[in-house]
Design a protein around this ligand. Structure first.
Ligand code: GUN
Length: 326
């Protein structure tokens, strides 16, 4: 029979930092310790419920309904799925959604025209252009065209620039990194003074995640494709955010005992035993790393649901700011 208990996880580093009382608990099964699972699906549901309550009050008290416009260009299946899920999530909390679908061979000018209309539309509080765009379009031109007050993706260079600067505040923070930090907060995982390593330096996740961790007073390193001996750097981390899109890249041996692991990767790998012929895995080898870490996000059900929850949160924030509501 399995013996099952919950034990407080104290890595050496926590003891050195006088932080023996942390809110992260590992699970012990038959003398093997497993990391606590950070349940993004549950947290995202809680957040959606909180947002739905606020929106319903807003509608009732001031008659304002937040609106999100989504522009999808081309026919990438993954992008179409993301957009469908975003619309469903908007419906579930009472956000009005507006959708424009353009053919793969549309012109950049067409996209810019739609953005311009949404910029001027008072019923739209957030504008999102699903990335990646077809290769004939200039992503910079398109993202620059979204007015920063409606930039719920937080991808406008002015919002990213403010995120990078001390003493400046972005109007919006990109959704996936914001979701990672929200998970750490909701699980009471301390960030201040901790060593954090971000794996990946994309504009959408890695770079803003590193900036956010730094704003939270972590000491941050970024590991990328040209980093020599990445495992030596990750082994020093109290917190790892992995966002590279490489299935199972971070092995158990890359992880310091007691570290907290946030896995942004969602990678399909072949699996003949699954009805679909594939299954989704993260950038972190869950099976190995969960025996070393103190807490870990699963894939699926970790960061994924948080991205959409943060998009809803940014859209509500935008509506409140535009209409001067608290
Ligand atoms: N493509 C992948 N992730 C994202 C995201 O967070 N926002 C947008 N607009 N496109 C994406």
């Amino acid at each position: 029979m399995l013996s099952f208990s919950i034990v407080p996880y104290c890595s050496i580093d926590f003891i050195h930092c006088n932080l023996s009382k942390v809110d992260v608990y590992a699970i012990q099964v038959d003398n093997e310790t497993f990391a606590k699972v950070i349940d993004g699906k549950r947290v995202a549901k809680d957040i959606r419920e909180e947002i739905a309550v606020e929106i319903s009050k807003m509608k009732e008290e001031v008659g304002i309904v937040p609106g999100l416009a989504v522009i999808l260009v081309g026919d990438r299946k993954d992008s179409a799925t993301y957009v469908r899920n975003k619309k469903k999530a908007c419906d579930s909390v009472g956000i009005n959604s507006f959708e424009v679908r353009l053919a793969e061979d549309s012109t950049e000018e067409e996209v810019l025209n739609h953005i311009s209309k949404f910029n001027d539309d008072p019923s739209v509080h957030g504008i999102l252009v699903q990335l990646p765009l077809p290769s004939h379009m200039n992503e910079q031109n398109v993202l620059n065209a979204v007015c920063i007050e409606k930039d719920v993706d937080g991808f406008h260079p002015l919002n990213i620039g403010r995120l990078a600067m001390r003493g400046r505040e972005p109007l919006f923070v990109p959704c996936t990194p914001k979701g990672c930090i929200e998970l750490l907060h909701r699980y009471d995982i301390p960030i201040k003074g901790k060593r954090a390593v971000v794996i990946g330096r994309s504009n959408i996740v890695g770079m803003p995640a590193a900036l956010l961790l730094q704003r939270e007073d972590a000491t941050v390193s970024i590991v990328h494709s040209r980093t020599k001996n990445p495992e030596e750097i990750t082994r020093q981390a109290d917190i790892i955010i992995a966002a590279v899109g490489q299935p199972n890249m971070v092995r158990g041996s890359w992880v310091k005992p007691g570290a907290v692991l946030i896995d942004v990767g969602i990678n399909p790998v072949e699996d003949p035993e699954s009805a679909r012929g594939y299954r989704l895995v993260g950038d972190i080898c869950y099976e190995e790393a969960s025996k070393v870490a103190s807490a870990i996000t699963p894939v699926p059900g970790g960061v994924g649901p948080m991205t959409i929850a943060m998009l809803l949160s940014n859209t509500l924030l935008s509506a409140k700011r535009i209409h001067n509501l608290r």
